[in-house]
Design a protein around this ligand. Structure first.
Ligand code: ADP
Length: 278
């Protein structure tokens, strides 16, 4: 489904954010992308949604080279890949309901159909009762659920989540991970970038580890990874249902400032950026 072949990304500043990454992710997988701050996790996610193109190498989604997509086909790609950004990118002057309705309206969906879809997704993520509130009136966990709901509006094949537990307490973090697992069980491929080693070590999921832009681990079962890197198993601690009490999670390291000018939620056009007031 997703294939990265020898992907390298060097920013204009000369920073080599990813080097020579080869990786295949199949439909229906749940993959953690781990690694310290600055290891290239966000860069990888941005490349997947064609927020930018690789310096070298190719990325294909269902055999389509996304680096070669024309700009007018990028919105179509972003319907296939829903994204939950680190900073969530909710429109602060719109209600949760409006935040989720907007991409559907912009895509030209019939109003009644769009409304039904929004209600269905808000129920799925468990925040229907908060839909008339503004983002500032929600808790961190509820807001994360709202951002997940918005990422799901086009029923994407793939959901990318960048540090979705980064600012949440332990219990809420597990609830969000449970929600992502439920979404995955319904068939959506989930790729979650995280520092949260307790979550990663407690779940028996594939783990791709980055260090200084290089892939240092891929626990995908099988004789070898597509990159030819060693395959090591993730240390299994215990599954969440086995957990009795949850310890404090790792604190989120300081988030680097990024060029967010083109980090738009799936379905939002660049022209919408100006409406985002905070
Ligand atoms: P992570 O998500 O793992 O923290 P990033 O992908 O954000 O890592 O960053 C990888 C490297 O690329 C870091 O050295 C970071 O400083 C650099 N970087 C990230 N975004 C940009 C950018 N827009 N311009 C220049 N360098 C960047």
């Amino acid at each position: 489904m997703i294939r990265l072949l020898e992907v390298t990304k060097t920013y204009g500043t000369g920073t080599s954010a990813l080097s020579d990454i080869s990786l295949s992710i199949d439909k229906g997988e749940f993959v953690f992308i781990v690694g310290p701050s600055g290891s290239g996790k966000t860069t990888l996610l941005r490349l997947l949604i064609r927020d930018m193109t690789p310096t070298r190498g190719t990325i294909t989604l269902n055999n389509v080279d996304i680096g070669k997509l024309s700009n007018k086909k990028v919105p179509q790609l972003r319907k296939q890949i829903g994204v939950v950004f680190q900073d969530l990118k909710m429109l602060m002057d719109r209600t949760i309901y409006e935040n989720i309705l907007l991409p559907l309206e912009m895509a030209g969906m019939d109003h009644k159909e769009a409304e039904q879809k929004v209600h269905k997704i808000l129920t799925q993520v468990g925040i229907e009762e908060h839909m008339e509130k503004f983002p500032i009136q929600l808790s961190g966990g509820e807001l994360q659920r709202a951002a997940i709901a918005r990422a799901l509006v086009f029923s994407p094949e793939i959901l990318l989540a960048d540090e979705p537990t980064g600012n949440l307490d332990n219990t809420t973090s597990w609830e969000i991970v449970k929600l992502l697992q439920d979404i995955n069980k319904l068939g959506t491929t989930v790729i979650m970038a995280t520092h949260n080693l307790e979550v990663v070590n407690s779940l028996d999921k594939r783990v791709v580890e980055l260090e200084k832009g290089k892939m240092t681990r891929d626990t995908k079962k099988g004789p070898s990874t597509s990159s030819g890197q060693d395959v090591k198993e993730t240390k299994h601690v215990k599954k969440p249902e086995e957990k009795e009490d949850k310890k404090d999670l790792e604190k989120k390291p300081e988030v680097e400032e990024k060029d967010s000018s083109i980090n738009l939620p799936a379905g939002r056009q660049d022209s919408e950026q100006g409406k985002h007031k905070q």
